[in-house]
Design a protein around this ligand. Structure first.
Ligand SMILES: *[C@@H]1O[C@H](CO)[C@@H](O)[C@H](O)[C@H]1NC(C)=O
Ligand SMILES: *[C@@H]1O[C@H](CO)[C@@H](O)[C@H](O)[C@H]1NC(C)=O
Ligand SMILES: *[C@@H]1O[C@H](CO)[C@@H](O)[C@H](O)[C@H]1NC(C)=O
Ligand SMILES: *[C@@H]1O[C@H](CO)[C@@H](O)[C@H](O)[C@H]1NC(C)=O
Ligand SMILES: *[C@@H]1O[C@H](CO)[C@@H](O)[C@H](O)[C@H]1NC(C)=O
Ligand SMILES: *[C@@H]1O[C@H](CO)[C@@H](O)[C@H](O)[C@H]1NC(C)=O
Ligand SMILES: *[C@@H]1O[C@H](CO)[C@@H](O)[C@H](O)[C@H]1NC(C)=O
Ligand SMILES: *[C@@H]1O[C@H](CO)[C@@H](O)[C@H](O)[C@H]1NC(C)=O
Length: 344
């Protein structure tokens, strides 16, 4: 009973945030940056005459440029050339993470109906490693490697490269899901959510993610995530979403791509793209937090062979292989909720 009531609260919250978003933007029209397109509300498309990238608005040199670098794809698979997916999943991965990619391929990444999945990585100096990556790609044809070095200070290049891939090589995908190689996505439920709760034709102005507000800029000297004052002068970051789960609509991805290509480089990709640049588009994040597995639920499924008694879309960040496999086993052996907003 309580589980059910909780769930209806979540659905109401979600719908309420969509309505609030619309009303908010009616009364507080965007004021800054008049040169960017002004999006007022989230729209679910109802027919196929939807948004299409205007590639002609990009300079000819755009394909071979990544922010301030010369760029090319070292490994490229044209997975959308024969059929366009409802959703393309782009998984940030570190070159050495062979085992993590394998886990995803064997679990939720196996789900291929209406879905394409690619792993996204940068270049490596180690020739043995590169040979192994080429072999892995021969086996699975699911890597996308850019010509910049794969380092955490280069994360924003990685993220903008995946935008570039989608814009040039998978422009018909209705939704773009960006994740990391240690997360779990409940694919069967996600597909029902996208097609039945959102729209099979796609949406406009959607960034569905677990939003963070008032995050402090990390200044601790020993932290890997320390940011200097010259890199980012402010005390707090704008509202942004952690990069492990980001569901973009086409137009949001395209506008962020154009903004990123023109802007100064800032290396923390999720803050730069889903915070700083997103804010300039005067858009609002749609919060995915209610659709995430809680630590208790995770513990139940992984260690107690228990149940998650409400529909969910995503696991949690930084999952182990065991946790990913347990969640997948759970999803595979249970009925898939049809729609998750109308279930209450
Ligand atoms: C199709 O959708 C677009 C954008 O949502 C709208 O402007 C147009 O009127 C729609 N056309 C039809 C035939 O419904
Ligand atoms: C990019 O490539 C052009 C020629 O292809 C070269 O002149 C230029 O120096 C390169 N820029 C960088 C940053 O490597
Ligand atoms: C589409 O891509 C696949 C896989 O990369 C490839 O085998 C096929 O030849 C491509 N087809 C076209 C028409 O480019
Ligand atoms: C290069 O990559 C191989 C394969 O992953 C690894 O075994 C080796 O330790 C790496 N070498 C260095 C110097 O990092
Ligand atoms: C690729 O497949 C071959 C043959 O099945 C296997 O021996 C090899 O380990 C695989 N390599 C990678 C990197 O997946
Ligand atoms: C990022 O990639 C570029 C291009 O490969 C490289 O020159 C640079 O050293 C990398 N930056 C860092 C901080 O690793
Ligand atoms: C999980 O839920 C299903 C259906 O509600 C039930 O049949 C099953 O026994 C439950 N399993 C556990 C371990 O609680
Ligand atoms: C990720 O999870 C592991 C345990 O699975 C833990 O040791 C590590 O601290 C976690 N990292 C972060 C960044 O939360």
């Amino acid at each position: 009973m309580t589980a059910k009531r909780n769930w209806s609260n979540y659905a109401v919250l979600f719908l309420a945030s969509l309505v609030l978003l619309t009303i908010w933007q009616m009364f507080y029209p965007p004021t800054e940056l008049p040169d960017v397109p002004q999006y007022s509300k989230l729209t679910l498309y109802t027919n196929t005459s939807n948004y299409a990238y205007s590639l002609s608005s990009l300079p000819d040199t755009d394909y071979n440029q990544l922010i301030n670098l010369n760029f090319s794809f070292n490994i490229l698979n044209l997975v959308c050339n024969e059929s366009s997916p409802l959703v393309i999943i782009m998984v940030h991965t570190s070159p050495k993470n062979f085992a993590k990619r394998k886990t995803i391929r064997e679990t939720w990444g196996r789900y291929r109906e209406k879905v394409k999945i690619l792993f996204v990585l940068g270049a490596v100096k180690n020739i043995t490693l590169e040979k192994k990556l080429i072999e892995e790609n021969q086996n699975y044809s699911d890597l996308t490697q850019g010509s910049f070095m794969d380092t955490y200070r280069n994360l924003t290049y990685k993220h903008v490269m995946l935008f570039k891939y989608v814009i040039y090589h998978c422009p018909e995908a209705k939704y773009i899901l960006k994740t990391d190689d240690d997360v779990f996505v409940n694919m069967p439920t996600m597909i029902n959510f996208l097609t039945l709760d959102l729209s099979v034709y796609g949406a406009e102005n959607l960034l569905f993610c677990t939003k963070r507000t008032n995050s402090r800029v990390m200044r601790t000297y020993r932290s890997k995530w320390r940011v200097s004052f010259s890199e980012y002068p402010g005390k707090n970051y704008p509202t942004y979403c952690p990069g492990w789960f980001l569901l973009y609509s086409q137009n949001v991805l395209f506008e962020l791509y154009k903004a990123a290509q023109k802007s100064a480089y800032f290396w923390i990709d999720d803050i730069h793209l889903t915070g700083t640049l997103f804010k300039k588009l005067n858009l609002v994040h749609t919060d995915a937090e209610p659709f995430m597995v809680t630590p208790d639920e995770l513990e139940q499924v992984v260690n107690n062979g228990g149940n998650i008694t409400r529909p969910f879309l995503i696991g949690r960040p930084n999952l182990s292989e065991k946790q990913i496999r347990s969640l997948w086993n759970f999803v595979e052996s249970n009925a898939v909720p049809k729609t998750i907003l109308n279930e209450v």
